[in-house]
Design a protein around this ligand. Sequence first.
Ligand SMILES: Cc1cc2nc3c(=O)[nH]c(=O)nc-3n(C[C@H](O)[C@H](O)[C@H](O)COP(=O)(O)OP(=O)(O)OC[C@H]3O[C@@H](n4cnc5c(N)ncnc54)[C@H](O)[C@@H]3O)c2cc1C
Ligand code: FES
Ligand code: FES
Length: 1292
Amino acid sequence: MRAEFAASLTFSSVRLTGTKSGCGGGGCGACTVMVSRYQPATKTFTHYSANACLLPLCQLHGAAVTTVEGIGSSKTRIHPVQERIAKAHGSQCGFCTPGMVMSTYALLRNKPQPTMEDITQALAGNLCRCTGYRPIVDGCRTFCQEANCCQANGDGNCCRNGDGNPDTPEEEKPQLFDKEDFLPLDPTQELIFPPELILMAETANPETLTFYGERTTWVSPTSLEELVQLKAKHPKAPLVMGNTNIGQQHYQLPFLVNAFLPSCAGVWVGAGCSLSELRSLLEKLVPQFPEEKTELFRALNQQLGNLGNQQIRNVATLGGNIVSAYPNSDLNPVLAVGNCKVSVISRGRREVPLNQDFFMGFGKTILNPEEIVVSVFIPFTRKGEFVRAFRQAPRKEASFATVSTGMRVFFSEGSRVVQDVSLYYGGMGPTTVSATKTCAAIIAKPWDDETLSKAYDILLDELALPPSAPGGKVEFRRSLTLSLLFKFHLEVLQKLRETNVIKDEVPEKISPLPREIQPGLQEFQAVSKDQSAQDPVGRPIMHRSAVGHATGEAVYCDDIPKTDGELFLGLVTSSRAHAKITAVDVSQALQLPGVVDVITAQDIPGKKFRPMTGQKEELMAETEVSCIGQIICAVVADTRAHAKRGVAAVKISYEDLPDPIFTIEDAIEKSSYYEPRRMIERGNVTEAFEKVDQIYEGEMRIGGQEHFYMEPQSMVVVPVGEEMEFDVYISTQWPSLMQEAVAETLGISSNRVTCHVKRLGGAFGGKVTKTSHLASITSVAALKTNRAVRCVLERGDDMLITGARHPVTARYKVGFMKDGRIVAADMEYYSNAGNTIDESTLVVEKILMHMDNVYNIPNLRGRGAACRTNLPSNTAFRGFGVPQGLMVVENMINDVAVVLGRPADEIREINMYRGPSVTHYKLEFSPDNFLRCWDECKLKCDYSARRKAVDQFNKQSRWKKRGMSIIPIKYGVAFAESFLNQAAALVHIYKDGSVLVTHGGTEMGQGIHTKMQQVASRELRIPTSKIYISETGTNTVPNTCPSAASFGTDANGMAVKNACEILYQRLEPMRKKDPNGSWESWVRFNRKLNILIDCWRGEDLYMDWEKMEGRPGAYFTFGVCCCEVELDCLTGDYRTLRTDIVVDIGRSVNPSVDIGQIEGAFMQGLGLFTLEELKFSPSGLLYTRGPSQYKIPAICDVPLRFNVYLLKDSDNPHAIYSSKGIGEPVVFLGSAAFFAIKDAVAAARSDSGLVGPFTLSSPATPERACLACNSQFTQKIPTSKPGSFKPWALDI
Ligand SMILES: Cc1cc2nc3c(=O)[nH]c(=O)nc-3n(C[C@H](O)[C@H](O)[C@H](O)COP(=O)(O)OP(=O)(O)OC[C@H]3O[C@@H](n4cnc5c(N)ncnc54)[C@H](O)[C@@H]3O)c2cc1C
Ligand code: FES
Ligand code: FES
């Protein structure tokens, strides 16, 4: 039997497609299922969430697995969890939704009335790239036992009131959903555990199970003795426990050792105890013993709460964690300081202490291969003994630690003199390390500042890392070793003081960052009282597929059943950044089972390249490669697994070419650019600099961003069988481009290729150009083999091959007056475009067009260039350069404020456009609505009072600082090229009165189909239930434009509106003849008139770069965001305490969809500017190829209070029903979190006597924020001279 995982079982064999695959490694939660087991001994059941992608099927013998389909369906009854997530607007693209549902469901099976903490813990490992989590939390919050509103707020004010004053009469505010509509949760109605499995467990005699696979044999023994024998016979065979480390590689010999034995000195815990079980066990034990005995238990629990995520903890075992010997393990340092030991068995038994000798390297311990850890001894602590655990991670939750540590100190009674101390660190080398010398310097000394300050110096030497240490972040990691010891120092002092051992004034207690997510406000304008009740426009209608998302019934590309003879395609990519291809040897691959063919450029009958902004991009490299990850050829095989093995067997020989270029600096030095480079200027910048009071020059670096759409690139190309016809089922934002690409590649005409797009599991700009390359290659395979071919990229390949948001470095020079007026600014922008042009020069143009943001700088010059480098080619990403461009001007304004010693918001206000205004490209516009957003945001967020409170907090707190910022945006909506601002719609009205609408937009979570239904409903005056949208197809609406540029609803909405208007007009005679008739009766007799395709063309937009003038956007969407953060200066961890966003989106067609876009875009921007980091090796290999290395915002990043307000009474004559596009603009507002962090860092620096502007690159990760704080600990770290070593990662 081939190795199967629960995920692949649900996907293919039994056609349960609800369980999604987003990463295949336990890091995204899309595949969450509930596993239930029955324990015959106690006659009890356990239910827990688990990642199907890591659950080996062989291990599920006797267990019941519940997938999202099992708990409810639209055909029978949907489950309250599914209903609430759907109705609370918790799904957009829906790809993460089944996982969210199942994590919540498993929680409710164990605790029907959870707390908010339970919910955030349960969902910590479920990633969502669309929603921003707030609506998911709000949907789940309705299950909470505590009140959801005022009580949760805790301050006596009702959180849903504007001012919290009960005397102020509040007009009734429209809500996004009504809790009263929800089905009650009735735990008695849940699925029962299958009786046949109970019977089996109670009656069956345990017998050894053996499964034989193509390459693996799996044995499940029944006794420890049998396991010992097997292990002795096959010492190299891994012992599969939770399988969270072994993953989808190899597996054998599962055995569960799951006992807990109290002993007088501590407890023995079975090595097979899952980490969740261990946690509950320790939680249960703590209150049973005196506090002094449970120091170690509590420290372990602290660490367990942050280790991995719920799904991982539910299956990962204690023994597995220890033996995995991760360098940055969370538990091992704590177990080691606690003098824990393991009991191991092979031919004999022995006890082995968990100390520095135990851990020998990454994944290596002193145990012999045949030895099995049976149990782990966790001792009690003694009176006078304190144990603590600390960790710092790139993301607060669901993330391996950057540095983890366990620390223990022991004092004899009543003394501050150290009798014993133990310090262990993870993340400081290839394995858990002990700071023995440091401990020696502390022992027998009094625990005070003097001892500790000597200890820091010794520790610094003892745990030194070379500057090019694997994992990078060398200075940060070294500083963390000190600052975490300092935290321990403070906590021990507190304890000594509490126990009256010392009387010293103890410095500030550093409490953890706050974490409870409170209900937020979502304010929007109610529709006019005169609007017909049936007219849905302007109402918060649920996403039309939300229930399908939540039940798993919504179909994505890879859910399409396999057709007869279908093949799977895997891509062979370059492992060199710049090299000649000297040979491609496919012979071994072709020998492998299941491999059918290898597709190379020579197989392409038509064009071997795709044209991109005037240049040609090769589909498959033939003679030379210019980045790691470039596609060279493709293997087609009968299954995914065979294709993967085939890919690995293709041998490519290279001859390296000299001097690859990776960084922007390299590219500038070698003048490696794509043309055209652009320049724009207004006024006379050079002259103006001569007249200003002051000049400041700065630099801003903004990192790239991986799209991380939850559904990877997916497509199925099916040869239809006659006359070279192809059906292409594909996840793309631009079906017409795919049609064109396939036709041109195959050398056939477009009328033979039909592209079908049902829905996308997210896209964000990443499913346009790169998808067309993949579609072309897949179609060649389909043509050559004459079989359907499926290509679904694994997450790692997707991240490697398909590019990301452009990193940008900008230099600026700004001239300003003493009163704060900026008179001149000169900016240079360089983007890292990668090895092909893609749309990079257009991205640079967009940056230059937005470089003024909302500021009227009379003399403004911008120059932009897209750098050609040997990294994978970057592409469009939500905002298309605008977020990077605006970051520069806002950073510049901040610098001016700091130089002048004035608040940044004042400098912003002084320089804003006011009254009738003209942009730097000579476009007239009114900033009135923007200024309304600004004033309203300041008012709603109570800016002045909170600013004072922040300053007050900072005066009183040394190690935690708060920061606040308020950031505006002016975003031009639509494509700057007129030909792209067109749309068409096809409307069928059938005899039974049902209506089928087709338009050019693709549904990728942004709710375009829901909005189009609303438009058709208004125009045809029929309920949305009569209107259906099946898919986007090139055979119904041809030559469409991409769903991009925030313009989808504007363009397609007008086309649908026009088509429906005309059809409605055509019904006029019938309505007149039969005024009391029904819709059905009118359409029945008008059959010939009931189909219409109508086109809409937007305004003529253009940009003339010669004249430096144009009208590149149809109108502006405005917004303002205020953020407040709290920063732990010792670790760089931060939490957004509150976010208030006011956005002018005209008259929203659907406030729930639009607010969803705003929240989701903000969180994506928060990721871009504070969290997400692409890391490349010095040879140009992308390290960050999955959720374990690349962190997108998770639930732990949601602002604790997240308020969104849509500006009232705003009209927009340029778009449908006076609405405005909103898909992209708010991404930039995520920078408010960056500037709030920078504000907090500035407060920390001023405590160290540092004033004046400072550089903080984006993203403001914990590493950067902590180092910028310049604390006494970071100051100790010697910096290595750039150029004197090879860094682990490039600064691209
Ligand atoms: C998404 C994700 C996030 C994670 N986050 C964290 C984190 O934040 N912090 C952290 O510390 N860890 C983290 N981990 C690691 C996780 O804790 C370990 O993978 C897990 O504890 C290993 O236990 P297991 O039961 O799954 O081991 P398995 O994967 O089943 O086995 C791992 C190895 O241990 C051996 N082994 C297992 N049990 C025994 C035994 N009893 N005797 C001898 N050998 C044995 C196996 O032979 C195998 O070589 C994460 C893992 C994932 C997938
Ligand atoms: S697919 Fe299983 S966790 Fe991502
Ligand atoms: S709705 Fe969560 S990933 Fe799209």
